[in-house]
Design a protein around this ligand. Structure first.
Ligand SMILES: [Cu+2]
Length: 464
């Protein structure tokens, strides 16, 4: 196991906040100072000779976060947890040690791997004080790109992710011994009295949005970039509910989720839903330029409750011209997706998000009229079949749909576009095509507003 590419670039000194294209609009300053954070990245754990063998200890830890000190939930003592770098064909062995006082487990979001046994199994419980040895075989033809890991025990997911449990997981064939590509893990949190704030029943129904946006655990850090160079940013949206509506510099989107685009797309805006990722390329700007997450309305409105939002404009990072900045390693290209447009479709289904009365806090979050039940199989699919699923949102708020294990192609798109989190806007329908080509057994699909998932908006799919 190697350790590489940790904090390759430091500014050496805290510098005054720059005037980004939007000004510094980040929120949640603990101290009221306007100094900007240095760029930092999580530690990297790399596979060697086909294996990445690591221990991940989940515990409450007092960490430096957003310029303050707070007790959060951590993997191996840091927020985010370490970045895991694996290659197609590798085996990922993780001893998950639960140092919490409640159950947890581990999900490798974006990996197309088995969901049974000791692999990416969302039904597994790792009890307080216990440990579990995960054994995840990554197929030799696995696409390249950025995935992430987080807990997935129903009922605790939102609190544990909001508390600080997330990390990046990159699959590619590259040698990182000369430096890692830039990982940008974006999350949000609300801190109160040196701890993560409790959230109200209303915030759970809406999907909680943290007051402070964190980028690799820092608030609005400055990223020094050498003029004339191009940056690649592997961005993970680890927020519990917040959509990241990116703005600021011109972006070339090289991939979404894991190997989701057939060709790069140039844009000034991109919305990354909770759980989604993006492989971004930006040219070094002539003057300091902020990459921001813009305020974003998540839906058409909820009657008396109004439309849930994704917070006010907040700076993710500021690109700062600096002739002495070291160039980061350039990641290899993400894989191109498999195109299923000419596939024979064995079956069509509809999956409908609804909300009803009753349930926790007076409102229930349902898929096809039912709350999650781990003992019930909601969709039985034939292993090897290609199916079309029409995702129907019959509610007034947006729901990002995540299917574990099998990627989803947006079949009504002109471009080849494959995702593992598909946003289904309020009142709309989205059709996806899925090849259930391998991995027999049950797993889950759910809303990736993690509060909604915990409130019941999840179902079981079994391939056999
Ligand atoms: Cu939802």
């Amino acid at each position: 196991m190697g350790l590489a590419g940790v904090g390759m670039v430091g500014m050496g000194a805290v510098v005054a906040a720059s005037r980004g294209s939007d000004g510094d609009s980040s929120t949640g300053a603990a101290s009221g100072t306007r100094t900007a954070a240095e760029w930092t990245e999580p530690a990297v754990l790399e596979s060697s000779e086909g294996v990445l063998d690591l221990e991940l200890t989940v515990a409450e830890t007092t960490v430096a976060i957003a310029g303050a000190t707070a007790t959060m939930l951590t993997y191996n003592g840091t927020v985010p947890g370490p970045t895991l770098h694996v290659r197609p064909g590798d085996t990922l062995r993780v001893r998950l040690v639960n140092g919490l006082s409640e159950v947890t487990n581990l999900h490798t979001h974006g990996l197309a791997v088995s969901a049974t046994g000791a692999s990416d199994n969302p039904f597994r419980r790792v009890e307080p004080g216990e440990s579990f040895d995960y054994l995840i075989d990554i197929p030799a033809d696995h696409p390249h790109g950025v995935a992430w890991y987080h807990p997935h025990h129903h009922g605790h997911v939102a609190d544990q992710v909001f508390g600080g449990l997330y990390g990046a997981l990159v699959v590619d064939e590259d040698d990182w011994s000369d430096g890692a590509p830039r990982v940008v893990v974006v999350s949000d949190v609300t801190l109160s009295g040196g701890a993560v704030a409790n959230v109200s029943a209303m915030e759970r129904r809406m999907g909680r949005v943290g007051e402070t946006l964190l980028t690799n655990g820092a608030r609005a850090p400055q990223l020094p970039v050498a003029p004339g160079t191009t940056e690649r940013l592997l961005l993970v949206n680890a927020c519990t509910s917040r959509y990241l509506s990116l703005g600021g510099p011109s972006l070339t989107v090289r991939s979404v989720d894991i190997g989701g685009l057939a060709r790069p797309v140039s844009t000034d805006s991109l919305v990354v839903p909770p759980g989604g990722r993006a492989d971004l390329q930006v040219d070094a700007p002539a003057s300091s330029t902020a990459l921001v997450a813009r305020a974003y309305a998540r839906g058409a409105g909820m009657g008396m409750m109004g439309a849930p939002d994704s917070g006010t404009d907040a700076t993710i990072l500021t690109l700062v011209p600096d002739a002495s900045a070291a160039s980061p390693a350039t990641p290899g290209d993400a894989s191109a997706p498999v195109d299923l447009r000419d596939a024979t479709v064995a079956r069509e289904r509809e999956i409908t998000f609804t909300m009803g009365m009753g349930g926790m806090g007076g409102m229930s979050f349902l898929i096809d009229g039912r709350e999650f039940d781990p003992e019930r199989v909601d969709q039985s699919v034939r292993l090897g079949a290609v199916e079309d699923w029409t995702l129907v949102n019959a509610t007034g708020m947006d729901h990002p749909f995540h299917l574990h294990v099998w990627p989803m192609q947006l079949i009504d798109s002109d471009e080849v576009e494959v995702r593992d989190v598909v946003d289904v806007p309020a009142g709309q329908r989205v059709r996806v095509r899925v090849a259930f080509d391998r991995f027999a057994g049950p797993t889950v699909y759910h809303c990736h507003i993690l509060d909604h998932e915990d409130l019941g908006m999840m179902g079981v799919v079994e391939a056999s």
